[in-house]
Design a protein around this ligand. Structure first.
Ligand SMILES: [Zn+2]
Length: 113
């Protein structure tokens, strides 16, 4: 299987399994910023940064907490997004409990143009 992107945990050398790799690649196409997302089945955590919140970041299951702590330390004063509590959505396209919040996030993004 060709791999177009190499994802690495921000805190160790872990790399995702092939299925999680696919989810991470799909997550890169999400047009959101300032949002957490689970990448199953490997339970990686994606941070959609962009702009003020820096680049997208990834953490393996062992370092999810470290990523959240890192983001809150570095970007916590910018806005509320890094403070969002789990559970994080598995897909930002799904109509789960985060839908309204995601919609609000998207609206903010568009108003920035
Ligand atoms: Zn790790």
């Amino acid at each position: 299987m060709p791999v177009s992107f190499i994802f690495r945990c921000q805190f160790c050398d872990a790399q995702p399994d092939p299925l999680t790799q696919l989810r991470l690649q799909a997550a890169m196409r999400e047009f959101v910023w300032g949002a957490y997302q689970n990448a199953l089945p490997g339970r990686w955590l994606v941070w959609h940064g962009r702009g003020l919140y820096g680049p997208a970041r990834y953490a393996c299951p062992d370092h999810r907490g470290d990523l959240v702590a890192y983001l809150r330390e570095h970007y916590g004063t910018i806005g509320f997004h890094p403070w969002k509590r789990p559970p994080y959505p598995n897909s930002l396209e799904s109509a789960d409990t985060d839908h309204a919040w995601i919609t609000a996030t998207r609206r903010q993004r568009w108003s920035g143009f």
